[in-house]
Design a binder for this molecule. Structure first.
Ligand code: JHZ
Length: 409
């Protein structure tokens, strides 16, 4: 079901240092349906390594993607801030790169078609590629043409023969999920038109380290990217980063614009590389400190939650993101602490969290029962959620932000 990493995914170096072990964890999106609760669940080791040669941070194992992605529960369209974020991405790509109306746009890992919907509204011809059959069906029902498949060079050739090359290819929150990065870039080489633009968004390791976002480490995320190793990677394959910006999504990500060819790197790239050098991302120390801080956070969060519980207060979880399951399992927070979790995704209702087995309900339960505290598992949307839940807060309800330091709001 999984293979062990023997060399760095980017530079093939073999000098890999393990700096963090989160123990054995269930798959973060493997929510359990109430009709078929298994007696035992699958657990996989979750260890993180630093490559001494090129500085890439990566997981020690690769779980079979068929197990993780063929049937998927995460829906992009379930989070309003994410919809707005993707509308902004489509708008920015079209305007900054002068993409003509009617251009062919492909989204790899297109989920429910939320991003492509924004491109379609701008008059583009769109095609999604999505390996999860349940989710590609949903996208089709919403009028977004979607191929139910994993992206690779063969699929790229088929699409090119049948439909021609694309002016824009997007891959948001999918690049960090790939083991075969070379296969991906070969596919892009086939499918991207000359002068076309590849847009990649990945969580940024600078944010992960800075805000102690350890729960974004899970089996789906094989790589934790800084910009420096990526610049070298793309140039090896005849591509160049033409722009990069930090974006406030998923706890802090980078949006990277890439084209075929070779030219000087823009100042946006050199500025971020300078930041990475200043932070000393090329030395093991910063990662070892991160690991020590993660262990301390576990103690602090458990202490806070158990003290609140011992006073007889009720605590629930707000949002059931994949990362929440890493936080709950690692910090050993189960149904004795959280009565239930609420989430906007209909697919998740009636399910239990993997490992910890906490039931998930629609948001209405939260408003009906007005619990004393809500642990904000979807902490990346804290601004939007705190604003939305004004009435709950005015009535005395409190939120607990777990990261970077457990805080009651
Ligand atoms: P959210 C996903 O991880 C999945 P997750 C994926 N593996 C990936 O790479 C990362 O993103 C980057 C709910 N919610 O987006 C909706 C509310 O209930 O942080 C979602 O279930 N109320 C592809 O799962 C969850 O929270 C709300 O008001 O960690 C958020 O999940 C809002 C805003 C969201 O990603």
């Amino acid at each position: 079901m999984y293979t062990e990493l023997s060399a760095c995914r980017i530079c093939k170096g073999r000098n890999l240092h393990k700096f963090l072990s989160l123990g054995h964890m269930p798959l973060a999106n493997n929510f359990l349906h109430e009709d078929k609760l298994p007696e035992r669940e699958l657990y996989f080791p979750l260890d993180v390594f630093y490559c001494d040669t090129c500085g890439m941070v990566q997981l020690g194992i690769v779980v079979d993607p068929e197990i993780m992605f063929s049937d998927y529960i995460y829906l992009t369209g379930s989070s309003e801030p994410l919809k707005a974020h993707f509308a902004n991405l489509a708008d920015e790509a079209v305007h900054n790169f002068d993409v003509q109306v009617g251009s062919f746009i492909i989204d790899i890992g297109s989920n429910d078609g939320t991003l492509l919907h924004s491109f379609k509204e701008l008059g583009m011809c769109v095609l999604g590629i999505e390996p999860a059959s349940n989710i590609s069906e949903l996208a089709m029902q919403r009028g977004i043409e979607t191929m139910n498949d994993f992206f690779n060079v063969n699929l790229a050739s088929t699409i090119r023969e049948e439909r021609g090359q694309a002016g824009v290819i997007t891959a948001t929150n999918v690049f960090a999920h790939l083991n075969d990065l070379e296969g991906f870039i070969s596919g892009i080489n086939v499918l991207l038109a000359e002068g076309g633009i590849l847009v990649i968004e990945v969580p940024y390791i600078v944010d992960m380290l800075d805000k102690l976002e350890f729960d974004t480490i899970y089996h789906e995320h094989l790589s934790y990217f800084a910009l420096r190793p990526l610049v070298n990677f793309f140039s090896r394959f005849g591509f160049v980063i033409v722009d990069v910006k930090r974006v406030n999504i998923h706890g802090g990500s980078i949006r990277i614009y890439i084209q075929k060819g070779d030219r000087n790197l823009p100042s946006s790239v050199s500025d971020l590389i300078r930041l990475e050098e200043e932070l000393k991302l090329d030395s093991l120390d910063i990662y070892q400190q991160f690991a020590r801080d993660v262990m301390q956070l576990k103690k602090d969060l458990l202490f806070l939650l158990t003290s609140i519980k011992s006073q007889g207060a009720t605590i629930v979880g707000y949002g059931a993101p994949a990362k929440g399951n890493i936080l709950l399992n690692y910090c050993t927070i189960g149904p004795a602490i959280l009565d239930y979790i609420i989430d906007t995704t209909a697919f998740k209702h009636g399910c239990y969290t993997p490992g910890t087995r906490i039931p998930i309900f629609p948001e209405s339960r939260f408003h009906d029962l007005q619990p004393d505290y809500a642990l904000l598992l979807a902490w990346n949307y804290s601004d939007s959620i705190l604003e939305r839940e004004k009435v709950y807060r005015q009535a005395g309800g409190k939120f607990i932000l777990p990261l970077p330091k457990p805080t009651v709001i």
